[in-house]
Design a protein. Structure first.
Length: 298
């Protein structure tokens, strides 16, 4: 495959602006398109590059088209509803760096393949701050050769590329990562508010929780990789003791009138796992609760 030189970037808002800007800095021929004319002008004034007056202008001659828009519905509308796909030559690579639904991504990929156009899903993690300093984490799904063709573009915009597998797998991993982050945020907030209600200092909790739950103490580092994925299940802590501690937190929250919906559900799950597998089993064997219900093993 030939190297990508000419890029059309669709969507230069808060994320797309710095991402496309890094491509200009790295010497790529970048043309931008956005529904807001003032946003395109602002981009060119800040970074250089060119403005596409129409989607037809954006499509003609492009080696690759990058989308940074709200979701796959917008991608589909621009490609097929607004007609961008009709202006793309065979051999063009389309890259969706938005947060899109995997099923929608796969469907779009099939339609583009019928036109001889490649498709890669490559969502990002890190937000505007990391987009600005080109340290985004990028998760790419699609044919390996296509992902490799796009690697120089990803290197210009991010710090790390994770080749995830088939088309749609990048968007799947992004949604799961955001699910974990969303759950961790409200889990942390719930715990800290309960602690505050009890009388703990917020600053003390923040520093202590960071030390006790992140880094070498994070479940991925301490439990999932060394014990679940190896099937060793040897942390030395029994399920029943974790279940006991979670129950203590829930009972205490109730006694002081603090809301603890996540803690209550967590207690239920640990109790169910203890009942199913035996409370004396290692805490990491709780993974079996999900594996057996889902039919997939880590």
């Amino acid at each position: 495959m030939t190297a990508i030189k000419k890029i059309s970037f669709i969507g230069v808002g808060n994320m797309g602006n710095p991402m496309a800007g890094h491509l200009v800095k790295k010497g790529f021929d970048v043309t931008v398109f956005d529904v807001r004319a003032e946003t395109m002008r602002a981009f060119v004034n800040e970074h250089g590059g060119k403005v596409a007056a129409t989607l037809a202008n954006a499509g003609r001659g492009a080696d690759a088209v990058i989308f940074m828009v709200p979701d796959d519905k917008v991608v589909r509308q621009v490609l097929f509803g607004d007609g961008l796909a009709g202006h793309l030559a065979r051999g063009t690579t389309v890259i969706d760096m938005s947060s899109s639904a995997p099923a929608g991504t796969v469907a779009i990929g099939k339609e583009l393949a019928e036109r001889g156009i490649g498709y890669v899903d490559a969502p990002v993690m890190g937000g505007v701050v990391f987009a600005q300093d080109a340290t985004l984490d990028i998760m790419a799904g699609g044919e390996p050769a296509l992902v490799e063709r796009c690697r120089p573009l990803f290197a210009a915009m991010g710090r790390k590329l994770y080749a995830c597998g088939a088309l749609g797998s990048g968007h799947m991993l992004k949604s799961l990562a955001n699910y974990i982050n969303a759950c961790a945020l409200i889990n942390t907030l719930e715990a800290m508010v309960i602690g505050r209600k009890f009388g703990l200092d917020s600053q003390v909790m923040a520093y202590a929780i960071d030390a006790m739950c992140n880094g070498r103490q994070h479940p991925i580092v301490k439990k999932v990789v060394p014990h679940v994925m190896t099937r060793k299940y040897g942390t030395g802590m029994a399920m029943q003791f974790i279940a006991k501690d979670v129950k203590i937190a829930v009972d205490t929250a109730k006694s002081i009138g603090a809301a603890a919906p996540l803690a209550e559900k967590t207690a239920e799950l640990w109790a169910a796992a203890c009942e199913q597998f035996g409370g004396t089993r290692d805490q990491t064997e709780i993974a079996r609760y999900w594996e057996e219900k889902t039919g997939a093993k880590l």
